[in-house]
Ligand binder design. Structure first.
Ligand code: UD1
Length: 387
C-alpha cells in the first residue's frame, strides 16, 4: 500500500487538492493518505469555508504556521513539517501550486529522501520578482514527478533539463473542481444578496504584492476601475492583504466599486461565472474564466498561464489605466457571449490521471528511522537523472 502525505496551505491550494483526495479515496486499498494543512491561510473565509464548500475532510495534521515574512513563514512550515514526515514515513509527498507552503514542504521532503510529486508543475512567468515564480522553479527542481497542466509547462521543464520520464501531462486539476461544483454553485443566492443582475456587473480580485503593496500601482488600478464602474458596477471581494494596504495608503474604493469580504468557493464561482467580465491578478481565475468562457482582464504584465491568452478568454492588460479601460469598454460594447474554451485535458479528469501517474511509480526512496533517506536510487531528480 502506498503512503502519501497531501499538503495544503493557502486558499488556491484547496480546490486543487480536493479532487485528488476524492480520487485517492475512490482507489480504496491502493493508497493511504494523510492531509497536512500548514496553516498559511487560517481565517475561516480564506480556509475553513473552502473545506466546507468542497466537502474536504478535516486536516489530519495542522501546523499553524501563519503570517510573518516569507522567510519566517517558510521556515515555520519547514520546522513543523519535518517532524510530520519523519513520523509518517510516506512514499510520496504531494504538493500543489506555488505558495510558500508548497516550496517549504517540498524542500523538507527532498532533504529527507522522500519523493515529491508536484501538481501544476512547469508554469513559468519568467518574473523572478514574484515569490510564486521562485517557489515554482525550486519546487519543480526538487520533485521526482512533475504533473503538468499544459504543453507550455512541459516545454518549460524540458528547457530546464528535467528528464522527460518525470514529466506527465495530467491537465488542470482545478478544472475538475470547477466542473464538479458548477451545478451546486447555481444554488448560491449571492447575486440576490448583492442586488446584481447576471452579466450586469464585473468582478475584481487583487492581492499580488506588486499590485497592492505599492501605493502608485494600487491608485492606478483604482483609477481605471473607477472609470469602468461608471458603466458597469464592479464587485471586489477583498483579500485581507489588499484591505490592509488600502487602509494604510488611504485608498478609498471609487463610486460603483462594491467591496465585500472574501467569499467561499461556491458563492465566488456563482459570482464570477455570472459576471460580464473579471479583472484579476490571480492565476487561478485566469484559468477558470477560460474554462467557462468569461472574459478576463489580467492586471499584470506577464502570466505563467499563457495558454489562457492563446486559447482562452484572458487578456494581459498590465496597469496602464488607458489600456485597462479600453479593454473593458470593448467587452462591454460587445454583447456576444464568449464561448468556453477549455484547453486539452482541462476536462474534469485530471485527478484520475494524477493517481494513475503516482500508482505507476514504485516507491523507491524509503526513509530510515531518524529521517535520513536510505536511497535505492541516489541520482537527484531533474537534470540528467532517470528514475
Ligand atoms: C498567498 C500566496 C499567493 C496566493 C495567495 C492567495 C505565497 C507566496 N503567496 O499570498 O500565491 O495567490 O496566497 O490568497 O505563498 N492573511 C489573513 N488571513 C489569512 C491569510 C492571510 O489575514 O487567512 C493576511 C495576513 O496578514 C498575511 C497576509 O494576509 O500576512 C498575506 O498572507 P500570505 O499567505 O503571506 O500571502 P498571500 O498574499 O495570501
Amino acid at each position: 500500500m502506498m503512503k502519501v502525505l497531501n499538503v495544503v496551505g493557502a486558499r488556491p491550494n484547496f480546490m486543487k487538492m480536493a479532487p485528488i483526495i476524492a480520487e485517492m479515496n475512490a482507489r480504496g486499498g491502493a493508497i493511504t493518505q494523510t492531509l497536512v494543512h500548514t496553516g498559511q491561510h487560517y481565517d475561516d473565509a480564506m480556509s475553513g469555508a473552502f473545506f466546507r464548500d468542497l466537502g474536504m475532510p478535516e486536516p489530519d495534521v495542522y501546523l499553524d504556521a501563519r503570517d510573518g515574512t516569507h522567510a519566517e513563514q517558510t521556515a515555520r512550515v519547514m520546522l513543523a513539517f519535518e517532524g510530520v514526515v519523519v513520523a509518517h514515513k510516506p512514499d510520496w509527498v504531494v504538493v500543489v501550486g506555488d505558495v510558500n507552503s508548497t516550496l517549504a514542504c517540498a524542500l523538507v521532503a527532498a532533504k529527507l529522501g522522500v519523493r515529491v510529486a508536484h501538481v501544476e508543475a512547469g508554469l513559468r512567468s519568467g518574473d523572478w520578482t514574484m515569490p510564486e515564480e521562485i517557489n515554482r522553479v525550486l519546487t519543480d527542481r526538487l520533485s521526482h514527478l512533475l504533473l503538468t497542466p499544459s504543453p507550455d509547462a512541459d516545454q518549460n521543464l524540458q528547457r530546464e533539463g528535467i528528464d522527460l520520464d518525470r514529466i506527465v501531462r495530467v491537465g488542470n486539476v482545478m478544472i475538475d473542481t470547477l466542473y464538479s461544483q458548477i451545478e451546486r454553485a447555481q444554488r448560491s443566492t449571492i447575486l440576490d444578496d448583492l442586488s446584481l443582475e447576471a452579466r450586469g456587473f464585473a468582478v475584481m480580485t487583487l492581492h499580488r504584492p506588486s499590485n497592492v503593496d505599492d501605493p502608485n500601482s494600487l491608485r492606478r488600478i483604482f483609477a481605471a476601475v473607477g472609470r469602468i464602474a461608471r458603466a458597469l458596477p464592479v464587485v471586489f471581494p477583498a483579500h485581507p492583504r489588499s484591505l490592509r494596504r488600502m487602509r494604510e495608503f488611504g485608498v478609498e474604493p471609487p463610486p460603483g466599486v462594491k467591496m465585500i469580504d472574501p467569499l467561499g468557493y461556491l458563492d465566488f464561482l456563482k459570482l464570477w461565472s455570472d459576471s460580464k467580465m473579471t479583472l484579476t491578478d490571480s492565476g487561478g481565475l485566469q484559468e477558470e474564466t477560460t474554462a467557462l468562457g468569461v472574459p478576463c482582464l489580467t492586471l499584470r504584465e506577464n502570466t505563467e498561464r499563457p495558454i489562457t491568452v492563446e486559447q482562452g478568454t484572458n487578456q494581459l492588460v498590465g496597469l496602464d489605466p488607458e489600456r485597462i479601460v479600453a479593454a473593458a469598454e470593448a467587452i462591454i460594447a460587445d454583447g456576444r457571449p464568449t464561448p468556453a474554451r477549455a484547453p486539452e485535458l482541462w476536462d474534469g479528469r485530471a485527478a484520475e490521471r494524477i493517481l494513475t501517474a503516482l500508482l505507476s511509480r514504485a516507491p523507491c526512496f524509503r526513509m530510515k528511522d531518524g529521517g535520513r533517506g536510505a536511497k535505492c536510487d541516489n541520482r537527484p531528480p531533474g537534470r540528467g537523472a532517470t528514475s
